[in-house]
Design a protein around this ligand. Structure first.
Ligand code: ZN
Length: 105
């Protein structure tokens, strides 16, 4: 079985650019998707930091690699009957459920 998780570039950009980690407890959240959790974080917001490589340059570089190396492989594999594309913006539990559905068919 071949599973491909598909996520729009705009969401990937927000996931990378918005990623913050608490220096005290190591929890990773996102400034775009977890605003309330960040505001209410028990360690305090001052401990959140961003990784140096979580920037637009990283995204452009990764997208370039994806376009040149990964995308052609996905295009090739997608012709198989056992190829399944899943919406990678779903929650982990939903993705797991979809994979289980494919396994149990
Ligand atoms: Zn913390």
């Amino acid at each position: 079985m071949i599973i491909s998780l598909s996520v729009p570039r705009e969401i990937i950009e927000k996931r990378i650019i918005g990623r913050v980690t608490c220096d005290k407890c190591n929890l990773t959240l996102n400034e775009f998707f977890d605003k309330e959790q960040i505001n209410l974080h028990p360690c305090g917001q001052q401990y959140f930091f961003k990784r140096k490589d979580d920037n637009l340059l990283t995204i452009m570089s990764r997208f370039d690699i994806y376009t040149k190396t990964t995308k052609p492989v996905i295009d090739f594999l997608s012709k198989n009957d056992n190829f399944h594309e899943i919406d990678g913006t779903l929650k982990i539990e939903e993705i797991t459920s979809k994979i289980n559905d494919f396994i149990n068919v």
